[in-house]
Design a protein around this ligand. Sequence first.
Ligand code: GLN
Ligand code: ZN
Length: 763
Amino acid sequence: MIRTHTLGYPRIGPKREWKFALEAFWAGKSSEAELAGSWRALRLQQWDDQRQAGLDMVTAGDFAPYDHIAAMTLRLGAAPARFGFEPGQSRWARHFALARGTSSQPALELTKWFDTNYHYLVPELDPATRFAPDAQDLLDELALARERGLAAKPVLPGPLTWLWLSKSRAQGFDRLALLPALLDAYVRILRPLHAAGAAWVQLDEPILALDLPDVWKDAMRAAYAQLAGTLGAQQGTAGLKLLVATYFGPLEDNLDLACGLPVAGLHVDLVRGLGEAAWVAERLGADKVLSAGVIDGRNVWRDDLDAALALLRGLRSRGGELWIAPSCSLLHVPVDLDAEDELPQPFKGGMAFARQKLGELQWLAQALREGDALSPATATALQASRAARANRLADARMRRAELRARIAALPCDQRASGYAARAARQRARFALPLLPTTTIGSFPQTADIRAARAAFKRGEIDLAAYERRMREAISLAVRKQEELGLDVLVHGEAERNDMVEYFGEQLEGVLFTRYGWVQSYGSRCVKPPVIFGDVLRPKPMTVQWSAYAQGLTQKPMKGMLTGPVTLLQWAFVRDDLPRSEVALQLALAVRDEVQDLEAAGIGMIQIDEPAFREGLPLRQRNWQAYLDWAGRAFRLSASGVRDDTQIHTHMCYSEFNDIMPAIAALDADVISIETSRSDMELLQAFGAFQYPNEIGPGVWDIHSPRVPDQAEMERLLRKALDVIPAERLWVNPDCGLKTRGWAETEAALAHLVSAAKAVRAGT
Ligand code: GLN
Ligand code: ZN
């Protein structure tokens, strides 16, 4: 028996319908009933996609209004008591309270979902946490599916994953203490689903792709034994069938654990865990369903169906029931490639979004059922897929001889001199005061700036007019910085829509889709660039703006670039080269830009790497290899300059404890990090490590409109001075200011400058 299914589907809609529905509702422009109507319409459309692709079951529970972990938290009745929900409050209202906060309560913390760019809402637990399970949302959805004549498979975060992803609000509280009560709550959710006709429930346990402490492994084993016992969940019994799903990586030391769980089926990621396919097939009993995740749910390329088919044929010989699926939920890819009317060939032909990936499943299942004697239709489909993939990979833009020659003979990735020698030259060149003040790059993206960009895109103003308006915005930012008395200025990034898109649009080998949106969190979507071929920088990307800005002031003007690791991390990347090699290509492009800035008289250049840490692999044993190539890419981009050119970098976080050596090895002359919200606590890592170069720990949390006063910033600076000597300390906000208004910006920066002066006077 061969079946097809998906682990989940994009929520946002082919035209971002869900985003707009949410935002209209939040703005008070639509009612809850209208929102529910939009949800239903979109859910039916998603099911239609799944049904048309011939999937044997559609998904339920994956279309969370904001986030699937928050939905599970509510279902478990485990929302923190601090929200004080009223009995009559609707599911929608509760969900959005967790997601967006209320007048008296901050929202749940938002954090990255494994190594994706999706963010989930972190459950908060403490010893007083009680569960009050309620499966009504799923029951309603199952009823809707039944009404449509569809067999639905509810998809829920598994109990161990939900617990692992939560955080304890009480010091020293071991969340595993809640497991017995949690399992009881799961049972009370799963039973009614079974009673309502669900034959299968998928429980997602992606933590099986992580390094798990032994107690968690034991807990996983015990938990599923208990669930199986209570629910009669084993294959062959009349009970509810559980499919445990793992994804985002190989199982490694959790392989036996996963294969041995007493459930009816196991889904594995056979894209990232391809090397384990045979092991899993051997270990997983033939009485269990093997769901083979062979279609890449993390990328936008058509799969190699021949390879997938060969793999599936091999797995079939295992004897047990075989399901075919994407590697993970399709949440992480855009919805529909057919909507793209401007993508160049042969790249469009070589791509697949969620709808197209469902189509791939269908052909694979078809081919597998037909065996050796493929029907003409199947043979034609496979041939078309093969040709489309081959055409993409054969395109001349995939291999640029001039670039490959440079990659084969890379320059040294170290600066000419060590930090101490460079610092002496830079001190002589820039003559900055102690505790120099600066900002992270962007200044407010005013309505005026956005209007100019929109008008230019629509062709209402020409390039000359657009550039004039950008120069006006830049000169305004420079004038304000001079008035404020900042020491190192920036041009303000008015000309940039987004720190990745701006560069991606100017690089060869990178394309942008029109509708390729992917949910980041809630209604927030990103449209990742697609690095499809060899990356080349045909001409300078930022020099004219930086040079213009430098011409307006005697103060040093920092050039502002996005680093190679971040460009890579926030894109969909070609699948025929290792990421490490694509990073080197990007590094050369940035290196060329850095050198052009230097030649144009820009003495300080900041290379932003906010995504450097989030690129860390899920398994710790893979960290060093990543840090090696990512660090090298950064250094390659930064090292081609004179000693007296000052390289800055910026990272929007500061949990550096476990990667301090790699951060130091980047050897940026100055690094700015986010620390104000942690009250400088996070700076400790730099002190403990005796970080050798200069640091600007943020003294102003720019994430809210609140303007901290001078005393507060002074206090933070003094705290920083306990850890970092004054000669190596900079004064700056936590991050860029593009989301702030000018009024707050000017007020806060005035306090920042006077705080620096006051502390300077005292040192
Ligand atoms: N230079 C960028 C800015 O100021 C950095 C943004 C970021 O770190 N995410 O906007
Ligand atoms: Zn930042």
